[in-house]
Design a protein. Structure first.
Length: 430
């Protein structure tokens, strides 16, 4: 398979070989604070060194020799460009502040993962009433209900910003409260509902989309009953939606998260940072890959064409197969793996799931690459028969947790993100 991954830690000898120096020099780097060492956990008390720090030293050396070249490479799946304590990708796994995202997706609620990412250790800001639809939002919803959900969310969020009296505050507590309102507003806009009580985001999404699948989209938001008792199918669907949201919550410096940080660095509001991130997510190379993968699965009709023929025909036409291959994961995207495992454990006999799984397995054999989270989200949407646009909405609502965390981290740094450009155009006349 593609994208062989290097081991994250090196011994002193391996570090010296990478840097082209003697082992004693490595020890000197540590004593001078240039390089950090940590215990390897072995009985001989040897130290180990993080590969990313060793590579950072190599980059600094290259930058001195060829100024600008390494910065250019870092912009596209290259070396780290800024420090963050939000999420980490290591050993083909994803971690949120040190906790395994796959494990969190099995039993946690999305709201608790938001609290984790936003470093809320006290009473959760989600222990509050849901926001209500204002007149302007209701009017816009009726006019724009046929627009893609991602567009609807972006527009209505901008309308709602002016009704949040604490949106201009930058304290951690105020940002968390604003973050809760933003995430919940996105859930309201995507589901077209008016919830009562203290229902979870996943419950709101499931009950609303379940009804939409039967009755179609509405011109006005529907009022959800306060005390609906979920049946077993509801409970399984809600668990799967929780997992989809949690596994979408953050993924280091992806383009939408970096966009949110750039906007936050200008001291724009949290709403504007999220709106900008939604714009980035709507691009063909980012969030729309989820929608394209959903469309791929929708083309599958076992009675008319086998999965391999469908995929081969697309390749012959010069089309790409969306939802496969991620440069960060040698053994496949763990988020897609977990969503597939959970879907199969919850809905093992679901026909939509079984047919989609066959196509995904055939694509792996044909492409020599593994499914990404886009395929995982598409699998969830097909299994639960969610309405059009729900896949990208799940991605957006989930990822919003990460956007807010990145924005909060950027506000705390109090620094403007302003890289320089290397001019390669026409030079002025001499």
């Amino acid at each position: 398979m593609k994208n062989e991954q290097k081991k994250p830690f090196l011994s002193a000898l391996e570090t010296a070989q990478e840097l082209g120096v003697e082992v004693e020099t490595v020890y000197a780097y540590v004593s001078r604070g240039i390089l950090r060492s940590e215990s390897s956990g072995s009985k001989d008390r040897t130290k180990r060194y993080r590969r990313e720090e060793v590579e950072r030293l190599l980059i600094q050396r290259e930058e001195k020799l060829n100024p600008g070249r390494t910065a250019k490479a870092a912009l596209t799946f290259g070396q780290p460009v800024l420090e963050s304590s939000i999420s980490m990708i290591e050993n083909s796994s994803l971690y949120y502040r040190g906790q395994n995202a796959e494990t969190l997706s099995e039993t946690s609620r999305f709201e608790s993962v938001c609290d984790l990412l936003w470093e809320n250790e006290g009473v959760s800001a989600f222990d509050s009433e849901w926001p209500v639809w204002d007149g302007s939002s209701l009017y816009c919803y009726a006019e724009l209900k046929d627009r893609p959900l991602i567009d609807l969310c972006r527009i209505l969020l901008g309308v709602s910003e002016y009704l949040d009296p604490i949106s201009f505050l930058r304290t951690q507590d105020a940002l968390r409260k604003t973050g809760v309102r933003i995430v919940r507003l996105l859930a309201l806009f995507a589901s077209g509902s008016k919830p009562k009580g203290n229902r979870s985001i996943s419950e709101i999404l499931w009950y609303s989309w379940k009804e939409e699948a039967v009755k179609g989209k509405r011109s006005v938001p529907i009022e959800l009953k306060k005390n609906v008792q979920p049946n077993q199918e509801d409970k399984k669907a809600i668990r799967l939606i929780e997992a989809a949201l949690i596994l979408s919550a953050d993924h280091e410096l992806n383009v939408s998260a970096f966009t949110a940080r750039c906007v936050a660095s200008s001291d724009a509001s949290l709403y504007q940072a999220v709106i900008a991130a939604l714009g980035a997510l709507s691009g063909n190379r980012h969030g729309l890959l989820t929608e394209k993968t959903i469309e791929l699965l929708a083309e599958l009709d076992p009675k008319r064409k086998d999965p391999k023929s469908l995929l081969v025909e697309k390749l012959k036409r010069g089309e790409t197969i969306p939802g496969f291959g991620h440069p960060f994961y040698k053994d496949g995207d763990p988020r897609a793996k977990k969503l597939t495992e959970l879907t199969e454990s919850l809905f093992p006999k679901n026909r939509e799931f079984l047919s989609a799984k066959v196509l995904i397995e055939e694509a792996v054999r044909l492409l020599g690459d593994y499914p990404t989270i886009d395929a995982g989200l598409a699998l969830v949407c097909r299994t639960l028969k969610l309405p059009k646009g729900a896949g990208l909405a799940l991605f957006a609502i989930g990822r919003c947790a990460g956007w807010i965390a990145h924005s909060m981290e950027q506000y705390a740094s109090d620094r403007l993100i302003r890289p320089r450009a290397r001019y390669v155009g026409i030079l002025p006349g001499r």
